[in-house]
Design a protein around this ligand. Structure first.
Ligand SMILES: *Cc1c(COP(=O)(O)O)cnc(C)c1O
Length: 395
């Protein structure tokens, strides 16, 4: 059996999104900036996609800027707020310790440029509270940037409450909603969100395309200079096929949100309940305020990489927070941020589902994971020490 359970990394494009893209190659191939009919037809298709995305977020079409993905949208939102903040002498930014690297690494660069960054602690409940944000806001705070939902452990942040706190303090609020868009109902106006990033490939759209919502009245600085595309804020001929595919995928996701959430949540809960029976494990992330598709565990006494390879051999595509992307053996900053010690953080497993997954697939995972964990523990010197009492169990 082949089971794809790595939807937080990327999703399979939906048939509808794929089909929506084809006319952009065959018919609407014009440059939306061209004045002739072929160009203007492409422009109409672009405008329609912008309206669709805006409708799904509860904003106006002119508040949507298309980008090359979530990373670019995060970079632009944060750098823009920093630029305008610095002009007013405000160089303090608030964020959280478990943001995506697209946010954290941008903040690291800004720190080197003289900004001060406060990263809110996420140990308590594997989440933050709006009160933490409120307490951290200062006279010189120019931006609060908190992710909508965490990509590794699934915690969903109290976005509306944070939005209210920021509004009251008059501080711009950006949220990296890459894991939330298409998975959780978003209403940027009701939630007082000033800027929001999303990415097409996280909700069954194409890769290499995203969007940045910027509330009217919030100044936006461009990251890429050149032509006047995207109201002068993002140069470069629009990637129309990808934009149209993303809009179609987002529209589907929003139209089927309730039904998909119900289905995926049931699969998630079954998976969590089954995996929790494995001794010496712990669920990562907020148990209540949680993405409907996220299952994240730490298993004591094993290596996440080995677990992944063994599961892959059984046809299961999963992920581990301890992936040594850059060849380093550092465990995930997210797992460390919620307070998992190095040894435990190394034994992590993330299964991220989609509405394409079936109950049979969950049963298959529930049969495979306990077996592989037991097998790896049998080979593990750490596990032997734990069993012999030469080391103390943490979980
Ligand atoms: C995937 C992801 C990103 C990056 O999006 P890309 O479109 O791949 O650049 C940013 N933030 C979060 C939370 C993500 O999950």
């Amino acid at each position: 059996m082949q089971v794809y359970a790595d939807n937080a990394a990327t999703t399979k494009i939906s048939k509808h999104a794929l089909q929506a893209m084809i006319p952009c190659f065959e018919t609407y191939y014009g440059n939306p900036s061209s004045l002739h009919t072929v160009g203007q037809e492409a422009k109409e298709v672009l405008d329609k996609a912008r309206e669709t995305v805006a409708k799904c977020l509860g904003c106006e079409a002119r508040e949507i800027y298309f980008t090359s993905g979530g990373s670019e949208a995060d970079n632009q939102a944060i750098r823009s707020a920093a630029f305008y903040g610095a002009k007013k002498g405000k160089k303090h930014i608030i964020s959280t310790a478990f943001e995506h690297h697209a946010v954290l690494h941008t903040l690291n660069v800004l720190e080197k440029e003289g900004f001060e960054v406060t990263l809110l602690d996420v140990k308590e409940g594997h989440n933050i509270t709006a009160q933490q944000v409120k307490d951290a806001i200062r006279e010189d705070t120019c931006l609060v940037t908190c992710m909508y939902a965490n990509n590794e452990i699934g915690s969903v942040l109290p976005i509306a409450e944070i939005g209210a706190v920021c509004k009251e303090a008059g501080v711009p609020f950006h949220t990296d909603a890459v894991q939330a868009a298409g998975h959780i109902a978003i209403d940027v106006k009701a939630q007082n969100i000033d800027m929001l990033s999303l990415s097409g490939h996280k909700f069954h759209g194409p890769k290499g395309v995203g969007a940045l919502y910027v509330r009217r009245g919030i100044p936006l600085k461009n990251l890429i200079d050149g032509g006047a595309q995207e109201r002068g804020k993002r140069a470069g001929t629009e990637n129309l096929p990808a934009i149209v595919g993303m809009a179609a995928a987002l529209e589907d996701a929003c139209n089927n949100l309730e039904e998909n959430t119900k289905k995926v949540t049931a699969l998630r809960d079954k998976l969590i309940a089954g995996l929790e029976k494995i001794p010496h494990c712990a669920l990562n992330g907020d148990r209540v305020n949680r993405l409907p598709n996220n299952v994240s565990f730490c298993f004591e006494g094993i290596e996440g990489e080995s677990l992944l390879l063994y599961l892959d051999a059984q046809g299961i595509s999963a992920s581990s927070g301890s992936a040594c992307t850059s060849g380093s053996l550092d465990p995930s900053h997210v797992l460390l941020a919620i307070g998992r010690v190095h040894d435990v953080a190394h034994g992590s497993l993330r299964l991220s589902l989609s509405h394409d997954n079936t109950e049979e697939e969950i049963d298959y995972i529930l049969q495979a994971v306990p077996q592989v964990v037991a097998l790896l523990r049998n080979m593990s010197p750490v596990w032997r020490d734990l069993q012999n009492g030469e080391r103390e169990y943490i979980l």
